[in-house]
Each structure stands twice: as structure tokens, then as C-alpha cells.
Write a protein that binds this ligand. Structure first.
Ligand SMILES: C[S@@+](CC[C@H](N)C(=O)[O-])C[C@H]1O[C@@H](n2cnc3c(N)ncnc32)[C@H](O)[C@@H]1O
Length: 281
């Protein structure tokens, strides 16, 4: 069996399961198996696979068939400009979270030395991307999951920013160290009802504590805002990602906690996705 045959076979199995990315997934899984780029595979479709490889490929297809996200099977995900190592202990970095990175880089483009706190570090994708862009910035990542901290550390090493990050394995409730110029957070913000209705590919594989924000989805957002009030320098900024329909409520909580809303950024679907607020009292 050659690359062409196995991709066709794999993608037809995935199509039967209504996986819309069947073809590209079949190619990506082969790319993982033979450790070659997708482009290289498509240029060498007549190359043959041995029996062992065919067996392993079938196992990968079997995992995808059950709706396991492709990024968990391949163990990597692109975010901003970098490839991040991931597994099912961390949220798969999302495209819309790049808005946070983009906005922060715009706002602080002329600031040489800033000290950042990332609440809910996960894979480290936000903080690491920021530190890659600005060589003098430093940061702290606080994360309740020890397994996630390990992954963030690995990513920081791969991207060679580990010496500029402090990793703190703690619940945000118990964390009160330092004063920061910027606090960034992509907290879990999906409410209980929406969480229960999530697609099996998300709910069945991604960590619940990375997604679920309680009855109204605001449980952790509120904690982040209250902690930010204590841990930000005066005039420091909080950049926070929020979910669909949460903008008005979150702005109210921000105002009640002494913040002035500087900017609301919408995503490509025109959903208010990111709020930038300044601590004014
Ligand atoms: C939506 S994920 C974001 C991960 C990563 N920052 C990203 O954008 O891909 C939220 C993260 O917050 C962490 N988390 C949830 N509750 C927390 C808490 N009470 N204290 C600290 N971290 C928490 C989760 O474990 C998860 O890694």
C-alpha cells in the first residue's frame, strides 16, 4: 500500500463518520506516522508503507474516527507564529485567542520592560507568544493543573523563553504575588448548559476545567477580575477573553471592580471576544 492508497482509505473511513476535515486529517495522520511534512507526502504519493506502518496508521484513524481532536493525536498545534506541544491535559490553543496576543502587542509596542501575569496558563501559548515577540518582557504563569504546567514548561524550553517565565502551580484563589503591568487571561467561560451540549470532540477530550465556567460561565472570569484588581499596578491593564453573550455582564463586573474599559475586540464572527480594561482605582 502506498501513501495515496492509505490516505484514500483513511479519509473514506473518516468521511463515513461525517468528519468534514477527513482528507486533510488523513494526510496529517500519515505525516505524523512517517515524520514528514504534509507537502512532502503529497509530492511522494507513490511511496510504499510497510506492514507495521499500515497497522499504526489504522490505529491513528481509529482514534480520529471516535472524534478525538487531530491536534491531540498529532501532539501539536500552531498558535500565533509557533508550534506548541500539547496533549489532553491542556486546552487546544484556539485561533480566536490570537486576538489577545495581537491587541497586547499593539498596545505595548513601545514598552521595553513589562511584567505579565497569565492566569490559566494552559499550554503557555499566550505568554510564550508574547515573550517571543518582545525579548525584554518577563512573565508569570499561574495554572491549577500540574500536568498543564509541565506542558507549558516544555513549550517554554522549546521556544527558549523558560528563563523569563515563573511557573506557579496554584489555584488563582490562593495566588497573590507581585504587581504586574499586564494581566492576561483566557479563562474557562462556557456555562453549564452549553458545556453539556458541546460536541463530543471537545467535551469528550478537552479538560473540563479548561472550558467550564460554572452556572453562568462567569465563575472564573469574576475571580480573574478580582485578583487583577489586587495584582495589577495602578493603570495596569487586564486583557481577558470572554465568550458569546458575556460582554455586558463582564463589563459590569469590571466597572464594579475599579476598571475602565479601554477596548472591546470582536472576532471574525463579530462576537465580542476580548476586553481590554485599565485599573483606575
Ligand atoms: C481556557 S484554558 C486557557 C489555556 C491557555 N491559556 C490558552 O489560551 O489556550 C483555561 C485554563 O485555566 C486553568 N484554570 C481553570 N481554573 C483555574 C483556577 N481556578 N486557577 C488557575 N487556573 C485555572 C485551566 O486548567 C486551563 O488551563
Amino acid at each position: 500500500m502506498n501513501y495515496r492508497n492509505i490516505i484514500n482509505k483513511g479519509s473514506s473511513i473518516l468521511k463515513k463518520k461525517s468528519i468534514i476535515t477527513a482528507e486533510i486529517d488523513a494526510e496529517l495522520l500519515l505525516s505524523k506516522l512517517v515524520n514528514k511534512t504534509r507537502e512532502k507526502i503529497l509530492l511522494n504519493l507513490d511511496e510504499k508503507l510497510n506492514v507495521e506502518q499500515i497497522k499504526t496508521y489504522n490505529q491513528l484513524i481509529k482514534r480520529r474516527k471516535k472524534k478525538e481532536p487531530i491536534s491531540y493525536i498529532t501532539g501539536k498545534k500552531f498558535f500565533w507564529k509557533y508550534e506548541f506541544y500539547i496533549n489532553n491535559n491542556v486546552l487546544i490553543p484556539r485561533f480566536e485567542t490570537e486576538i489577545l496576543v495581537e491587541e497586547i502587542l499593539k498596545i505595548f509596542k513601545n514598552s521595553n520592560n513589562i511584567n505579565i501575569l497569565d492566569i490559566g496558563l494552559g499550554s503557555g501559548c499566550i505568554l510564550i507568544s508574547l515573550l517571543k515577540e518582545q525579548k525584554k518582557w518577563v512573565g508569570t504563569g499561574v495554572e491549577v493543573s500540574l500536568s498543564a504546567i509541565k506542558i507549558a514548561k516544555t513549550n517554554a524550553k522549546i521556544q527558549q523563553v523558560q528563563n523569563r517565565i515563573k511557573f506557579i502551580n496554584s489555584d488563582i484563589d490562593n495566588f497573590l504575588i507581585g504587581k504586574y503591568d499586564l494581566i492576561v487571561s483566557n479563562p474557562p467561560y462556557i456555562n453549564n448548559i452549553d458545556y453539556n451540549n458541546l460536541d463530543v470532540g471537545v467535551k469528550g477530550y478537552e479538560p473540563k476545567m479548561a472550558l467550564n465556567g460554572g452556572i453562568d460561565g462567569l465563575r472564573i472570569i469574576e475571580k480573574v477580575i478580582k485578583k487583577s484588581r489586587l495584582n495589577l499596578k495602578n493603570n495596569g491593564l487586564l486583557a481577558i477573553e470572554i465568550g458569546f453573550g458575556q460582554s455586558i455582564k463582564v463589563k459590569k463586573i469590571l466597572k464594579e471592580n475599579g476598571f475602565y474599559i479601554l477596548k472591546t475586540v470582536k472576532d471574525l464572527q463579530s462576537i465580542s471576544r476580548c476586553l481590554i480594561a485599565k485599573k483606575i482605582r
